[in-house]
Design a protein around this ligand. Structure first.
Ligand SMILES: [Zn+2]
Length: 117
């Protein structure tokens, strides 16, 4: 079941895509899919060798190829890694707990270090 708004593209996501989605449109770096189950629209990043690929649910089709997914991606990074209970982000003046396996919080890992997963 796809209950989240955003996913990393895994084999399971690819399997879901082939089972329950149809390709509607292609624009720039993205592919627009419609889910047969509930008629919702989803955006898939085109595969890029060195880029993390995301699959996300759209709330609207307005400017769908321009939708800024940054907040969703930062949240996904936090959710996947989890916050470290003891560690604090080493970025200056940041008091947020770091993520597991990192010395940065999700915001600084994403924005300053370019970490996506
Ligand atoms: Zn931080």
């Amino acid at each position: 079941m796809l209950t989240e708004r955003i996913y990393y593209v895994t084999n399971e996501i690819k399997r879901q895509l082939s089972l329950d989605f149809e390709l509607v449109e292609e624009k720039g770096w993205y592919l627009l899919y419609k889910r047969n189950f509930d008629k919702s629209y989803w955006r898939l990043d085109k595969p890029e060798k060195y880029q993390t690929q995301y699959f996300l649910k759209l709330n609207t089709l307005d400017n769908w190829a321009k939708f800024d997914a940054k907040d969703l991606q930062v949240n996904l990074l936090k959710k996947e890694r989890g916050r470290n209970e003891i560690g604090i982000c080493i970025w200056e003046n940041c008091l947020t707990n770091s993520l597991n396996g990192l010395i940065y919080c999700e915001k600084h890992a994403y924005e300053e270090m370019g970490i996506r997963a």
